[in-house]
Design a protein around this ligand. Structure first.
Ligand SMILES: N[C@@H](CCC(=O)N[C@@H](CS)C(=O)NCC(=O)O)C(=O)O
Length: 221
């Protein structure tokens, strides 16, 4: 990298997807000025924000002179390409496919089901009350994390982290699920490998510093 870009990050204290970007920025020694999009107030649907991300979701990463970049996993890969050290993807194609697959199980197949827009639809259009929403959250947090556990526990590529002994994109996506489940007071049981890797991640300052409760605007845990 010849020059460190100046980043701005549209974010909110408690979001899983923004957590992923915060961790990656920190691992790479990069920084971003954060702008709060209050998801509880619904600011993600403000017309001004929809010009930044028509999906009405964060994160959005801005680099001066370029269109906003959205989708946390695309942002993670971009950061990995512009700041290659430490690498967040394995050197071999099969390893990269495995890491991207685990990341997609979490960032693609698990997290989007428990977002505010899904909650809004289920409560307004499908008759969900708070108890039904809680059961929904537990269902999808559990399905995602137990499926990943099954892979991590049975595949030889798993090491101290999801893939070998260095931290990468799969670990970032993995950690982004329990940190948010905790906010909703949900603990998924029967995932010892996930718990072991999560503990390793939390011991790394880049992960610890990205914890939702350490962000501006967060309540006391
Ligand atoms: N696949 C997207 C998901 C983005 C996303 O859904 N972000 C949540 C916060 S974690 C959000 O902004 N939700 C707004 C809403 O659901 O209304 C990514 O990984 O960046």
């Amino acid at each position: 990298m010849t020059e460190t870009p100046t980043f701005e990050l549209y974010s909110f204290w408690r979001t899983s997807a923004t957590y992923r970007v915060r961790v990656a920025l920190a691992l790479k020694g990069l920084t971003a000025t954060e702008h709060t999009v209050d998801l509880i107030k619904g600011e993600q649907r403000d017309p001004e924000f929809l010009k930044i991300n028509p999906m009405g979701a964060i994160p959005a990463l801005i680099e001066p002179g370029h269109p906003p970049m959205t989708q946390s996993t695309a942002i993670l890969e971009y950061l990995d390409e512009i700041a290659p050290s430490p690498p967040l993807l394995p050197a071999d194609p099969r390893g990269r496919a495995r890491v991207r697959s685990i990341a997609a199980m979490l960032a693609g197949d698990t997290h989007p089901l428990i977002t505010p827009r899904v909650r809004g639809y289920l409560t307004k259009e499908a008759g969900f009350d708070d108890a039904a929403w809680k059961r929904w959250q537990i269902q999808w947090f559990t399905t995602g994390l137990q499926a990943v556990e099954q892979r991590l526990a049975s595949e030889a590529e798993t090491g101290a982290f999801c893939h070998g002994d260095s931290v990468g994109i799969a670990d970032i996506c993995l950690a982004s699920i329990p940190v948010v489940a905790k906010i909703f007071d949900i603990k998924v049981e029967g995932i010892p490998t996930v718990d072991r890797i999560m503990a390793r991640c939390e011991a790394i300052e880049a992960f610890a510093a990205a914890d939702p409760y350490r962000q501006a605007g967060a309540p006391k845990p």
